[in-house]
Ligand binder design. Sequence first.
Ligand SMILES: [Zn+2]
Length: 262
Amino acid sequence: MMKWIDAHSHWTDSRLDKLRIKWMTEALSKGLHFTLQGGVDPSDWKKQKLFQKDFPQNVGLCFGLHPYWVSAHNEFELNEALDFLSQEIHQALALGETGLDLRPPYEDSYSLQMDAFEAQLEIAAVAQKPVVFHIVRAFDEAIRVFDFWGVPPQKGMIHSFNGSWPQAEAYLKKGLKLSIGGPLLRLKNEKLRQAVKEIPISELLIETDLPDQPGDQWKSELNPPESLLSVAEEIAQLKKLTLAEVLHFTRQNFKTLFQVEI
Ligand SMILES: [Zn+2]
């Protein structure tokens, strides 16, 4: 059986409360080997720990303050959560999601998002953790931050990369890997398809971001775990590899980046 690693998911999302155990049990029987969560806020970190108790071999913890959470809170609340993150982060495999999201209405909280982003880069560097980045409509801003502060030593991945090859190349030059998910399955996404052709297979990860970002073929609102195989198949076609090779290389890349023996 072909085994796969999902580099980014939200199994703790409340929309999965009644489906979580059933979906996970089924996904494991189909070949899911390991998945790394995308951390959102302190209550999510707690939920991740509970979920990991049920599937200790298959779930990786990732703690961070998502730009959406940041944009809905004030400076005082942010500082409290950052303190708590510094205390908790040693338990996690990675720090994230952190980054910038400048779509309306989140763009209004630009300066608080920037504070949260820079503080989390520092926490990751001190704790020696790789970082899961959420960068949406903020490529130039993110590169400026990386130019100024540098990328934390354990590097990281751009989750749900959906940009052009020149953008991919700029991230690669910073030592970051690119995680590809649902956007590759959208029709007419030639820009991303072109980028995936160019990105070396050694720099790619694959993800679902479930239950978000279902591809065009899923009519349901919830993105299922096996959608990862459709992403992998698409990458295989674009890069003239087999599905098994894509799953193998992305598994190796994940283990290298997050330093896990799984
Ligand atoms: Zn996510």
